[in-house]
Unconditional design. Structure first.
Length: 231
């Protein structure tokens, strides 16, 4: 794989179920995603975009075809390698998945603790800095129950970004955010790509942010049907 690519996919197929119930969800997908780019996956419900995201993001086993992520082949990869690789990734989901018993700061600190990055004081300082970047410097010690849906999502964004991941996988990250907050988050992801080479792959239906993408890939029935900037 060329070093300019963060992700390379070749002949990727994926199936759900078995026997007569077996159904193909991804059909012969081939694509390369450049390092530092912001790529958006679009398509109607059931088009395969989230399945593709989870396959290239080490969250689902690759059954057939090749997925190379950060120079590592995922098809047939051992679990120890996948665990190590996941530590270089950041994940943002529509369901924020915050721990309800932990404060905003503590939730973000978890993004560093899984890496064993720094001592508690450094982790707390980094978490406060990231929460400030997403506009939550006045909510550092709030529990999720006392945050709005949009604020919870911004905590989840901060948790995903605090460890400076090489690749960020985001599934509808702006769905719970107002326009200003949604645009500001995507601008931050775009800036990370420009300044640090962070690659972002995002599933979204949000037309407000499409103009910021380097590339838009549209899926239909598990196939890529449109690609604005193929590599």
């Amino acid at each position: 794989m060329s070093s300019q690519h963060a992700i390379s996919v070749q002949g990727l197929n994926h199936f759900f179920g078995s026997g007569e119930a077996r159904k193909q969800a991804i059909w012969d997908v081939n694509l390369n995603i450049a390092k530092g780019s912001l790529t958006i996956l679009m398509g109607s419900s059931g088009s395969g975009k989230t399945t593709l995201l989870t396959l290239i993001g080490c969250l689902r086993d690759v059954q057939d075809g090749s997925v190379t992520l950060l120079d590592h082949e995922l098809n047939g990869a051992e679990e120890t390698m996948l665990v190590t690789l996941r530590r270089r990734l950041g994940f943002i989901f529509q369901a924020h998945n915050l721990h309800e018993s932990l404060s905003a700061t503590q939730n973000v600190m978890m993004g560093l603790q899984v890496h064993g990055s720094g001592n508690a004081a450094k982790q707390r300082a980094a978490s406060h800095h990231m929460l400030g970047l997403v506009g939550l410097s006045d909510r550092l010690n709030y529990l999720p129950a006392n945050l709005s849906g949009g604020q919870k999502q911004r905590v989840a964004v901060a948790r995903a970004l605090v460890s400076n991941p090489d690749v960020i996988f985001a599934d509808e990250p702006t769905a719970a955010l107002d326009r200003v907050s949604g645009v500001s988050i995507v601008k931050m992801l775009k800036r990370l790509g420009q300044e640090r080479g962070t690659t972002t792959v995002m599933v979204t239906h949000d037309n407000r942010i499409l103009e910021m993408a380097d590339r838009i890939i549209t899926l239909e029935d598990g196939r890529v049907v449109k690609d604005t900037n193929p590599l």
